[in-house]
Design a protein around this ligand. Sequence first.
Ligand SMILES: Cc1cc2nc3c(=O)[nH]c(=O)nc-3n(C[C@H](O)[C@H](O)[C@H](O)COP(=O)(O)OP(=O)(O)OC[C@H]3O[C@@H](n4cnc5c(N)ncnc54)[C@H](O)[C@@H]3O)c2cc1C
Length: 410
Amino acid sequence: MIRRTFLKTLVASAGASLIDSGMKAANTLPKTEPAVQVQPKKVVIGGAGITGLCCGYELMRAGIDVTILEAAGRYSGHVFTGSDGLSDGLYADFGADHITKPGYERLFAYAEQFNIPVVPYPNAEGSWLPYNNDDLRMIGGKFYTNKMLADLQTLTGLGFNRREAQFLSNNPWYELQDLYLQSYVDKIKDPYQPFGSGLADLDQMSAAEIYKREGASQAAIDYLGGRHTSALYSIWRMAAMKSRGIPPSEGEIFRLKGGNEQLPIAFASRLGARVKLAHPITAIQQSDKGVVVSYREYGYDEDRTLNADFFVNCISLTVFRNIPVTPPLSASKQYVVNNLTYTSHPFYVCRVEETARALGLLWLCPLFPASCAFKSAMTRRVLPPHGPRRADFPQRVLQDTVRPYLPRRT
Ligand SMILES: Cc1cc2nc3c(=O)[nH]c(=O)nc-3n(C[C@H](O)[C@H](O)[C@H](O)COP(=O)(O)OP(=O)(O)OC[C@H]3O[C@@H](n4cnc5c(N)ncnc54)[C@H](O)[C@@H]3O)c2cc1C
C-alpha cells in the first residue's frame, strides 16, 4: 500500500543550468535524509528524448509501472540520425554529434550493455588534435603546423609574451588560462561554492581584466576572451572542473556506429508499448495525492488523463514552460523554467535525488541523474564556459544571478 500522503508529485530532471543545487546533487545524496519504505505504482515521463527513454528504462528495470508520453511521431528528440538524401549506407547525425572520454561514462556503459559499437571521432567539432599529427591550423589568415606552433619564435611572432610562449610550446593552448587563473583556483576551498574564499571582489571584474592585471599579452587576452564573463565565475568553473578531474579540452571523442540514435533505439525497443508517440502533454495537475497528466492522443482534440504517483519531466524547459502546471511550481523552480534558454549542453535543474529517494531507489541515486545518458554531459561541462554575461564591469554578476540559488552553508 502506498503512503500517498508522503508522495510529492512534480519532480525530476529537465534542462539546464546548475542554478539549483543540481551540480552537487548529481554526485551525492545527503546521508541524513531518511530512506523511504514505499514503492509508487505509477510514473509518467514527459518526453521520449534520450533523457526520457533512459529514465523510463531504468524505472522499468526497477519494476516500476512507467508510461512515456511523447508529442512527436518519433522518439529520440534532439538525437537524430538521418540517411534521407544520402547515398546507400551513409548516415549523418543531425543532432547530438559526439561523446567524450571522460564525460560520458554512463553512455559508454549503456553502449557496451546493448552491444552498440563505439567508434573514434577525432575530427569532431571542438576536438583538440594531438601535436604529432599533420593537421594545419589557420591563425590570422596563415596556416601553421603543430610543430611551428610549438616554436618560441613563431609564438612570440604571434604576439604572445615570453612566459606565454614558453607555456604554449609545452602545453596545449586550451590550458593557457591556467597560467593566469591557477593561483586563484587554488584558493577555492569548496568547488560548489564560489563565495567564502576571499575572492568575492573578482565578481566585479571581467576575466579579461584579470588576465591583463596578471600581465597577459594582448594576443593572450584575445585568445582567452572573457570580456563579458565575471572573473570569479571563470575561476569557480575551473575549480569545479578540476575537482572532478575534467580536462578543459573535449578529451577523446567518439560516436556510436550507425549513428547516435542507436542508443535511444535500444532503450525504446526495450520499453516497447510503454512509449506513446503522438501523445502530447497538455497540462499537469499536482497534489499531495499524486499527479494527473492531461494529454492528447494521435492528434484528436479530446483531452485524456493519466493518474500517477510521480511525473518526471524530460521535456526541454523552453517547451515545458508552455504546459500549465497547477498548483504552480515553487518560485525557484519556476524561475529556472522561465529563464533558461535551450543549450546543447544541458544541466540539471531540480533535485533528482528527491524523486529517486521517494521511489525507494536509493541505490540508483548516484546514477539516476547521470543515467539520463546525454545529461551526463553535465559531468564534463559542470558550468557553461561563459556564465551569466554582462556587457560592462564592475557588476556583481554571480552575486546577483547565482547566489540566491546556491545551497546554504551550514
Ligand atoms: C545540432 C545539435 C548538436 C548537438 N550535439 C551534441 C553533442 O555532440 N553531444 C551532446 O552531448 N549533446 C549534443 N546536443 C545536445 C543533445 O542532443 C541534447 O542535449 C539531448 O538530445 C537532449 O535530450 P533530452 O531527452 O533531454 O531532450 P529532447 O531531445 O529535447 O527530448 C524532449 C522530448 O520531449 C518531447 N516533447 C516536447 N513537448 C512535449 C509535450 N508537450 N508532451 C510530450 N512530449 C513532448 C519532444 O518531442 C522531445 O522528443 C546537440 C544538440 C543539437 C540540436
